[in-house]
Structures are given as structure tokens and as C-alpha cells.
Design a protein around this ligand. Structure first.
Ligand SMILES: [Zn+2]
Length: 321
């Protein structure tokens, strides 16, 4: 990870995915374009991946060429949330979500810096083209017991920020279904609440449906061992379905393990349509309508100016991809 915010060694990205696992680092080929366009409602273009990382504009150009019309760019700490908000301000195909990731909250709390970080998120949430608070939530997989109080406190604060600014909430829930649901019900979920990378089973899909919570499926829904997830997909009402890449992670089949990117969203969408025994274009149209209901239209708030006319301080770090 690049810790110096001024370092720009990876195109326009400010983070670098750990590549020590011996993966295939080549980007998969472009899929056949979709007839009906969709949006990727959760991606991390600030994280560089691959042998030859792609800048965010190249990423979005590739996405556009296969019918992925736009993305929600998601931050996970102060720096990446600032980057996301700044990039969305100058890039018409990008809207932003801002948050402190649940796995970042405990260390900030220990350092006495969580409240300051939340104050920055609250400020960013008020900016144009910031349409969601996320990803926030609970992660009992990566955070040990002693960090959980900080996670709860941070999650509850994010719920309040989302409601205060009337923004959608994007939830990260890893091995914490019951606690996430309990927190949402106790604090009061925002009107538009999205489980990013939905990981529950059919029962949880029914519960979410009862609350009107959206379920966003990622590339792992195509994995061979994901029968439980596909059962949840089958159970989820179509009007609550969303699709995402969570790029550069969770690359759909047949490219599992290789760098993921928004242009690979059609692979996930096609996998979902096949499982649901429905037409890809019908599903795309439904999901696009859902996405615009949750976040609004991508052109609802204009970009501020052309990229190249921006003062450097207002662009994402090293933003000229
Ligand atoms: Zn994510």
C-alpha cells in the first residue's frame, strides 16, 4: 500500500493490491457488449492491480465499450474517500461513496482518531456527486473481538450520516449477518440500504426483502461453491437486485483470481441471468432501474469542469490517467 498520499506510481490509483499470492496478473479480455446497459454499484478504482495497472479513465472507457454505463466508486478511509469524492466531481461516469471501512475503525479508535475521521466522512457526504455512505458495517472475519466495539460505534455513526444527508447506505457484512441486521433495526436503517457483495443465504434474502433492503451481487455469485448465494439470488425480489464488481477483487468466472474491473460486470450479470432463467437484457433493465432509484441518475448533479482545467488540489491524486 502506498501510504504517502502524493505518491502516484500506479496510473491514477493511490493504493496497490497485494500481489504476493502468485495470481495471474493479466487483465481478462473484454466480454461481448451488453445490449441494455447497467451500472457497477460498487468498485474500487483507487486500487491498482495487474501487471500493467489501468488508470480510472481507461477502466471507465473499457466499461463503456461493453455497456457498463457508470460506477459507484467506493472509499474505505479518509484518503480514499476524498479521492472518490474528488474523482466523481470531474468524471461523469463516476459517483462516489465515502466511509471508514469496518476494518479500519479499530485502529483509528485506538489512535483516538475515529471521531476526526467520521467528521471528514460527514463533510464529504455533503458534497455533490457523493451519493452513498459506505462501505461501512461489521466484519467479524478480519477483526478480532477487541476491535468490535469500535466497529459498532463507527457503523452506527455512518448510519446516522447517511440519514442526515439522505444518502444510500452501502453495507459491508462479513460473518456478521445477525449483528448487522440487529444494528440496522435498532438504529433505524436509511430508506435506501444496500448489502454490498451480498453474502447471506435464502433466509437472509427473505429477511432483507421484508425490510426493503437491496442486495448487490458480485462475481462470487458465479463461483462453483456458491450454491447458497445463488439460492439467495433466487429468493431476492427482482426490484431489490443490484450488481457490482467490487473490483479489483472477486473476479467472476472464468477468470477467478485475475484482476477484476468494471468491464467484467457483464460476466456476473450473465451468470445471474442464467441462474434466474431470465433474459440478460430484461435483468439489466430491471437492475438499471433499481440502481437509479437507489443512487439517482449519474447526470443528476453535473461534473464541475473538464478534468484538465481543474486545479491539481481538486483532482484525485495524480488524477491525470
Ligand atoms: Zn468494496
Amino acid at each position: 500500500m502506498a501510504s504517502d498520499p502524493h505518491v502516484d506510481g500506479y496510473g491514477s490509483a493511490i493504493r496497490r493490491r497485494d500481489n504476493t499470492a502468485g495470481r495471474d496478473l493479466s487483465y481478462p479480455p473484454l466480454p461481448e457488449p451488453l445490449t441494455v446497459p447497467v451500472y457497477d454499484n460498487h468498485t474500487h478504482l483507487e486500487i491498482a492491480d495487474g501487471e500493467h495497472p489501468l488508470g480510472y479513465r481507461e477502466q471507465l472507457d473499457r466499461a463503456s465499450s461493453v455497456g457498463v454505463r457508470g460506477v459507484i466508486q467506493v472509499g474505505g478511509d479518509v484518503e480514499t474517500s476524498r479521492w472518490s469524492a474528488a474523482a466523481a466531481l470531474i468524471e461523469p461516469r463516476m459517483l462516489a461513496a465515502v466511509a471508514i471501512h469496518p476494518n479500519e475503525a479499530p485502529a483509528l479508535e485506538t489512535a483516538g482518531a475515529l471521531d476526526d475521521a467520521l467528521a471528514v466522512i460527514n463533510e464529504l457526504a455533503g458534497q455533490p456527486r457523493v451519493v452513498a455512505v459506505g462501505e461501512t458495517g461489521l466484519d467479524f472475519f478480519r477483526t478480532p473481538e477487541e476491535g468490535r466495539a469500535a466497529q459498532f460505534r463507527s457503523f452506527e455513526a455512518h448510519i446516522r450520516i447517511a440519514k442526515e444527508h439522505n444518502l444510500a447506505l452501502q453495507i459491508h457484512d462479513r460473518d456478521a449477518h445477525e449483528a448487522v441486521i440487529e444494528t440496522l433495526l435498532r438504529v433505524g436503517a436509511p430508506e435506501r440500504t444496500v448489502f454490498h457483495c451480498f453474502s447471506g443465504d435464502a433466509d437472509m434474502a427473505r429477511l432483507c426483502a421484508g425490510q426493503g433492503w437491496y442486495m448487490s451481487f458480485a462475481g462470487n455469485v458465479t463461483f462453483k461453491n456458491a450454491q447458497g448465494l445463488r439460492a439467495a439470488l433466487w429468493e431476492a425480489p427482482r426490484n431489490l437486485l443490484l450488481v457490482e464488481t467490487d473490483a479489483p477483487f472477486l473476479t467472476p468466472l472464468p477468470y477467478r483470481g485475475r484482476p477484476n474491473a468494471p468491464y467484467l460486470l457483464p460476466n456476473t450479470l450473465r451468470g445471474m441471468a442464467a441462474h434466474l432463467e431470465t433474459d440478460v437484457s430484461m435483468l439489466a433493465a430491471q437492475i438499471t432501474a433499481n440502481t437509479e432509484l437507489v443512487y439517482g441518475r449519474w447526470d443528476a448533479e453535473p461534473v464541475t469542469a473538464d478534468h484538465d482545467e481543474q486545479h491539481p488540489d481538486q483532482t484525485p491524486r495524480g488524477g491525470l490517467a
